[in-house]
Design a protein around this ligand. Structure first.
Ligand SMILES: C[S@@+](CC[C@H](N)C(=O)[O-])C[C@H]1O[C@@H](n2cnc3c(N)ncnc32)[C@H](O)[C@@H]1O
Length: 318
């Protein structure tokens, strides 16, 4: 069994992505089999976790620390390792998880000081990782394992200058691609206003064409940003761009077709596209977005930490 962690409220979609019905689930988690390929809604998948009961913070922390010290008996730690402890979306549980985490760190430090120093707290980078992963599904249990698959979602630091909170999504999406716009690269930002995504690229020195009928605000009006008040579906770049950004409040099927056109015409090398699924079935949209694969060397679809009823595609053309 695998414990898959998602955003609270999105468990049903995550359960549908699994290869068979889940065993059980709660707010922000689903315990079940592996996924059918890469999962969009799973943020972190804890492989074969052990479940241990514990009535107090001390008992829960003791169980996690004991599991770690026993399982690492013959292991040599040469470099950093991730230590991630999270909890279900129940009121007050995050505070308990924080205290358990501090207690686990102290216990490991007292027994394995050198190894404890190498711990990197928080979610690991995208991919299969070995470290210490624990999850509190409620106040009296902890699931713990040494191996987890990270989907790449993470909370991003706020920037008070960014013109919108949408900015956090594009910053998070760079992690999926393993790259971000570089100085001198060109970006077409479709549906750019008020300007968070444009600002994110421009502050890295990229040259942004921000297409939106609406106005940009504040930092969106960065010297590296040129505003075009046009319909983004009709916009054509004068020469090929390095990046396509698209965060339009628009029919997601139309947006997939738009991204496909940009790739087919060679108008962009990389893209970050947000699909607002609203009340539609996001799994159906994911299937539809699969059409882009034939033109991409790399394509990832994720329900990001900062996404709501939307999902984000990050891709690189063949
Ligand atoms: C969610 S907002 C984008 C937020 C932006 N990414 C940011 O970081 O500030 C969606 C934008 O899409 C724009 N939009 C929707 N349809 C459009 C179209 N056909 N052409 C241009 N802009 C469009 C809206 O005007 C709106 O400003």
């Amino acid at each position: 069994m695998t414990l898959h962690i998602c955003q609270t409220g999105y468990e049903t979609f995550l359960a549908k992505e699994l290869s068979a019905p889940p065993e059980r689930s709660g707010p922000g988690w689903v315990l079940g089999p592996e996924g059918k390929g890469e999962l969009c809604f799973a943020h972190l998948s804890l492989r074969a976790p052990q479940e241990v009961p514990g009535k107090s913070v001390n008992a829960l922390a003791g169980a996690v620390a004991d599991f770690f010290t026993t399982s690492t008996k013959d292991e040599r730690f040469e470099g950093p390792w991730p230590f991630c402890l999270e909890s279900a979306g129940l009121p007050g549980l995050a505070r308990r998880a924080k205290t358990v985490e501090e207690e686990v760190s102290a216990k490991i430090k007292s027994k394995m000081a050198r190894v404890a120093k190498l711990a990197v707290p928080g979610r690991p980078a995208l991919g299969l990782r070995r470290g210490l992963f624990a999850y509190l599904p409620d106040f009296d249990h902890v699931l713990v394992t040494r191996e987890a698959l990270a989907g790449g979602q993470r909370r991003m630091a706020d920037d008070p200058q960014a013109p919108s909170r949408s900015y956090l999504k594009v910053e998070e999406a760079y992690g999926l691609l393993g790259r971000e716009p570089a100085a001198g690269e060109t970006v077409a930002d479709l549906g750019a206003a008020p300007g968070g995504w444009s600002y994110s690229a421009a502050r890295r020195g990229a040259l942004v064409t921000a297409v939106d009928n609406g106005p940009l605000k504040g930092a969106g009006l960065h010297p590296g940003v040129a505003h075009r008040a046009e319909d983004a579906f009709k916009f054509r770049p004068e020469s090929p761009m390095d990046w396509l950004f698209c965060d339009m409040l628009s029919d997601p099927e139309r947006v997939i077709a738009l991204a496909d056109r940009w790739l087919a015409e060679g108008w962009c090398r990389r893209l970050i596209v947000n699909l607002k699924f609203g009340r539609r079935d996001p799994l159906r949209l994911l299937e539809q977005a699969g059409v882009l694969r034939r033109r991409c060397a790399f394509l990832k679809a994720r329900h990001l930490f900062h996404d709501r009823e939307e999902l984000t595609l990050a891709a690189e053309r063949i």
